[in-house]
Design a protein. Structure first.
Length: 268
């Protein structure tokens, strides 16, 4: 009787970059409906401030002649508040704390997709948040000089900003593994939001606020989005908005990738 042969050990095979990325994104998106506390405030807060700002400032702004259509002027601000800081970084922290992230590192999954997959889910999420805010503006009489295509570009521009900003909370999550630190990351956005043209056009700003607004990327983001609403296909403000998105994205994504590399080294 011949001796039994030993079979070669089997190992998991890589599934491919895009399959890894979609698997991570799909898991993140499936978790969103189970977390209403994640979506409801992100939608309720910008809607609340949109109504408050219109009620408090519309007549004054239009009476002074600084803004011709204050509802349209404020709509990009509402969109930016809806999409900024929305990420799965808090879920990533929980994965790090409960060991799921380390278990993923034991698989042949592409390491970069651990971050990119979450960002794909974030982009889908911020688009879904931007659409109802846009619908509210349309219901209140806001119209686009650029038509339907301008609406699409408007939503995608806001979503691209939201995606560009996600690098900051992911960098904090991967660096610290601390939920409280991630939750505080939205504070980074307040200087961007307040020291800019959120309530008045840049020509109406004076003193130190005008100087800061000149260097604030959100000034140019709002300018490009407002151009789609009020001016038409003006290339200069639109390209300036895209440059602002790319600039913030390069900074935040670099920080996130460096934090991911550091986390991988610690987990190796």
């Amino acid at each position: 009787m011949s001796a039994p042969t030993m079979s070669a050990p089997t190992s998991a095979k890589p599934a491919g970059f895009w399959r890894d990325c979609t698997a991570i994104a799909g898991r993140a998106l499936r978790a969103v409906p189970r977390e209403p506390e994640f979506m409801i405030p992100a939608l309720a807060i910008p809607v609340f401030f949109y109504f408050v700002n219109i009620g408090a400032l519309e007549k004054t702004a239009e009476a002074t002649g600084s803004v011709s259509d204050f509802r349209a002027f404020q709509l990009p601000v509402a969109i930016i508040f809806a999409v900024t800081g929305i990420s799965r970084a808090s879920a990533l922290v929980l994965d790090i704390q409960d060991g799921y992230f380390d278990r993923l590192l034991m698989t042949p999954i592409r390491r970069l997709t651990l971050l990119l997959g979450l960002m794909v889910a974030d982009f889908v999420t911020v688009v879904l948040l931007a659409i109802p805010v846009l619908g509210l503006g349309l219901a209140l009489g806001v119209s686009f000089e650029t038509g339907f295509l301008g609406m699409v570009v408007f939503v995608l521009m806001g979503a691209a900003w939201g995606l560009a900003f996600t690098g900051f909370p992911y960098a904090i999550a991967l660096k610290t593994g601390n939920p409280a630190a991630v939750n505080m990351s939205f504070i980074l956005f307040f200087p961007f939001a307040m020291l800019t043209t959120a309530f008045l056009p840049q020509a109406a700003l004076t003193g130190w606020l005008s100087t800061i607004a000149d260097f604030n990327p959100v000034t140019y983001l709002l300018g490009g989005m407002r151009a789609l609403l009020l001016e038409g296909w003006e290339t200069e403000p639109i390209f300036e908005a895209l440059a602002a998105i790319i600039g913030i994205g390069l900074v935040s994504m670099t920080l996130a990738l460096l934090a991911l590399r550091g986390r991988l080294r610690r987990g190796a």
